[in-house]
Design a protein around this ligand. Structure first.
Ligand SMILES: [Zn+2]
Length: 198
C-alpha cells in the first residue's frame, strides 16, 4: 500500500534541489517535483519551489508551482495539436516540458487525459491542505513526502482520496527547514513550520 519505489530517493532529490534553489534566493526552502514513473519510465517532468518570499504571493507553494508549469506545457501542447501552424514555442522551460510530454504520449501510449494518473508528486514537506486538494483534483497516483515533522500537512486527505502516500523522513529536507527557522523565525512562525532535532 505504501511502498517505496527504487527511484523515490533520486526523484525526491529533484524536489530537494528545487528547495535549495529557493533557499539560495532567500526564499522558503520547500521544493516539489512531478515525475512520470510508470511503464518502465522514470521521467522528471517539472520541479517547483515555494516563491512566497520572492514574489510576495503567499499561495505560491512548491507543489502548486510544479503543477502550474505542467499545466502550461499541457495547454501549449493541446494548442499546437489543434493548430499545426502555431509556431509560438513559448519559453524554454515550457518547450522542454512539452517535449517530455510528447515523448510520453508517443512512446508510452498514454492519453493526455490520463497523464496525471501516472504521476508521482514528490515534495520536501508534507503538503498543506490547498496543495493536497490540488493533488486530489489532479488525481496524481502517489505523493512522496520528504518530511512531515517540521510541518504536518493534510496527508489523511490524500489517503482518503485513494492516493498512495509515502513518507521518507529525509534529513536534508529537515535541515533546510531548520536553517530557515534559524534565519527567519518570524516567517517560520507565520507559516507554521518548526525545527526538528535530527
Ligand atoms: Zn501548499
Amino acid at each position: 500500500m505504501h511502498n517505496k519505489h527504487p527511484n523515490d530517493r533520486a526523484n525526491l532529490q529533484h524536489a530537494i534541489d528545487a528547495a535549495s534553489t529557493s533557499a539560495s534566493q532567500g526564499g522558503i526552502p520547500i521544493g516539489a517535483a512531478l515525475v512520470f514513473d510508470v511503464a518502465g519510465e522514470n521521467l522528471l517532468l517539472t520541479t517547483g519551489y515555494n516563491r512566497h518570499l520572492q514574489t510576495g504571493a503567499s499561495a505560491h507553494h512548491a507543489e502548486s508551482d510544479a503543477f502550474l508549469i505542467l499545466t502550461r506545457a499541457l495547454d501549449s501542447l493541446q494548442q499546437r495539436q489543434g493548430d499545426n501552424n502555431n509556431d509560438d514555442d513559448g519559453d524554454d522551460e515550457n518547450a522542454k516540458v512539452r517535449a517530455k510530454l510528447e515523448h510520453i504520449l508517443h512512446t508510452r501510449g498514454v492519453q493526455l487525459k490520463d497523464l496525471y494518473g501516472h504521476l508521482t508528486l514528490y515534495t520536501t514537506m508534507s503538503p498543506c491542505p490547498n496543495c493536497a486538494k490540488e493533488a486530489i483534483a489532479s488525481q496524481v497516483r502517489r505523493v512522496v513526502v520528504g518530511d512531515n515533522k517540521t510541518y504536518f500537512g493534510n496527508e489523511k486527505m490524500l489517503v482518503d482520496a485513494g492516493i498512495e502516500v509515502v513518507t521518507m523522513q529525509t534529513d536534508s529536507c529537515v535541515q533546510l527547514i531548520n536553517q530557515f527557522v534559524d534565519s527567519r523565525p518570524d516567517i517560520a512562525q507565520q507559516i507554521g513550520v518548526q525545527k526538528v532535532q535530527l
